[in-house]
Design a protein around this ligand. Structure first.
Ligand code: OAD
Length: 233
């Protein structure tokens, strides 16, 4: 059998936009009506834990009502021809629900919670989370989300994947949040990079072998798939 090329997909909020989940920076600088610093920092959690838990309870509920879109599904279809790893900044589970085989969530997962003391005590969690919900050692549980200022435990693994990629695809991210935005720089010199985003934040001259597809994820993926298929036949 022919060796499959390795594609690493770096996805951001834009890939889930057409499923009905709002992006962070598109509207008015607010995330579902909240200042990001209020709901996505350890300081925000310390100041008003109830508000933060409630905010993620709403996000978790919303997730039950949305579905993967054609862009998530296109990435699954590509697995027939390529060895695909998805490194997502998204905390939703739409890549998994679409059927992607290899997904890592560098900013955590909405459907998991963890001890607020022990980073490794992680539990699956589909319901609401309240003050008083404790881990087995008696510590308050919190959303399993990497908040601003916190370490990104999966960064090394993600960087290694990008380093070994034959092709890198970036979809729907403003490339503003580090270290996630820096991952593309681990690609080997000359690796083909594709960027699908209606308002692309990087320019052709930023990378040696960059193709920008200035479309939404759902409209841009068929263009990208056609271009990738052209190259393997
Ligand atoms: P942003 O909201 O910063 O950027 C969303 C990107 O998606 C923008 O470049 C938009 O142009 C693009 N976009 C909008 N609609 C699109 C569509 N239909 N198809 C494709 N692209 C579209 O989201 P991220 O870059 O993912 O962290 O944000 C990075 C991190 O900031 C998030 O992971 C989150 C946040 O704070 C945490 O929650 C820890």
């Amino acid at each position: 059998m022919k060796h499959k090329q390795k594609i690493v997909v770096l996805s951001g909020a834009g890939i889930s936009a057409e499923s009905g989940i709002k992006t962070f920076r598109d509207a008015d600088g607010l995330w579902e009506g909240h200042d990001v610093m209020e709901v996505a920092t350890p300081q925000g959690f310390a100041k008003n834990p109830e508000l933060v838990l409630n905010f993620y309870n709403q996000r978790r509920k919303q997730l039950l009502h949305v579905k993967p879109n054609k862009a998530h599904i296109a990435l699954v279809d590509l697995e027939r021809h390529f060895n695909i790893s998805v490194v997502t900044q998204n905390v939703d589970d739409l890549h998994e629900r679409a059927g992607s085989s290899n997904v890592i969530h560098i900013h955590g997962e909405l459907l998991k919670v963890r001890s607020s003391v022990n980073v490794d005590a992680v539990l699956e969690w589909k319901k609401d989370l309240f003050l008083g919900d404790l881990c087995e050692n008696g510590h308050q549980l919190r959303p399993h989300i990497v908040w601003f200022g916190e370490e990104v435990p999966l960064l090394t693994k993600a960087a290694e994947l990008v380093q070994n990629a034959d092709i890198v695809i970036i979809i729907g991210t403003s490339m503003q949040v580090y270290p996630a935005a820096g991952l593309v720089n681990y690609a080997q010199h000359g690796t083909p990079i594709y960027f699908v985003d209606p308002k692309p934040s990087i320019q052709k001259s930023d990378f040696e072998n960059l193709t920008i597809i200035p479309e939404t994820a759902v409209n841009g993926m068929p263009i990208l798939v056609a271009s990738l298929m052209d190259k393997i036949v």
